[in-house]
Design a protein around this ligand. Structure first.
Ligand code: AMP
Length: 215
């Protein structure tokens, strides 16, 4: 099964992708996580990515298409993939179609997490994650059960994404509106798109996605 999760920054793509990984034995392919790993490694790609991500812009299509193509070539003992953060432009969506067909794979469903833009700034600027295991939290909506201690692994160090500042979030939303939202009709026209209410709570959104996938 190959799924694409679409939606603006803060819509909950990463959170839902993690749920789907466990529920269906899929692997989350987050291009944002791949770029953050490149930034942490200090590679030339990482240096370019840092500049682009800090400004809230998008990386060039050819680079992102190569990254995904190479990742899909790796053998994986999984039932399929959840693409989280890719495609983000029409050129990436078209490239995904051709690279999947070249690899003998098929895109099963594109799920759009629909959210109210006003709520996103608050969601994003309050989020943080455990440094050790990556579990995600939110200051207001999902704090750890014991303050300062990760529920999952007991870690006590947390981190915030460098691009989760209000200014950068506004630029990222602009990029979503201008470059990513226009690919929704591309999928809708061929009947591949399902919309889910991303404003509901995490379990409810997961249940809606499950319903779509079980249809
Ligand atoms: P994300 O973690 O998905 O919010 O991605 C963080 C940042 O990485 C984005 O704001 C972009 O700068 C960059 N990025 C991630 N995926 C892509 C992509 N498919 N195309 C272009 N830029 C991307």
């Amino acid at each position: 099964m190959i799924l694409v999760l679409l939606g603006p920054p803060g819509a909950g793509k990463g959170t839902q992708a993690k749920r789907l990984e466990q529920r269906y034995g899929l692997a989350q392919l987050s291009t944002g996580d791949m770029l953050r790993a490149a930034v942490a490694s200090g590679s030339p790609l990482g240096q370019q990515a840092k500049e682009v991500m800090d400004a809230g812009r998008l990386m060039p299509d050819d680079i992102m298409i190569d990254i995904i193509s190479e990742r899909l070539d790796r053998p994986d003992p999984v039932n399929g993939y959840i693409l989280d953060g890719f495609p983000r432009t029409r050129a990436q969506a078209e490239a995904l179609d051709s690279l999947l067909s070249r690899k003998g794979l098929k895109l099963d469903r594109v799920i759009e997490l629909k959210v109210d833009e006003q709520a996103l700034i608050e969601r994003i600027t309050g989020r943080f994650s455990c440094k050790k295991c990556g579990a995600g939290y939110h200051e207001q909506f999902q704090p750890p059960k014991v303050s300062g201690v990760c529920d999952v692994c007991g870690g006590t160090e947390f981190t915030r994404r460098a691009d989760d500042t209000e200014e950068t979030v506004r630029a990222r939303l602009e990029a979503y509106r201008g470059q990513t939202a226009p690919i929704l009709p591309y999928y809708r026209e061929r009947g591949a798109l399902s919309e889910v209410d991303g404003m509901a709570d995490i379990d409810d959104v997961a249940a809606q996605i499950e319903q779509v996938l079980n249809k």
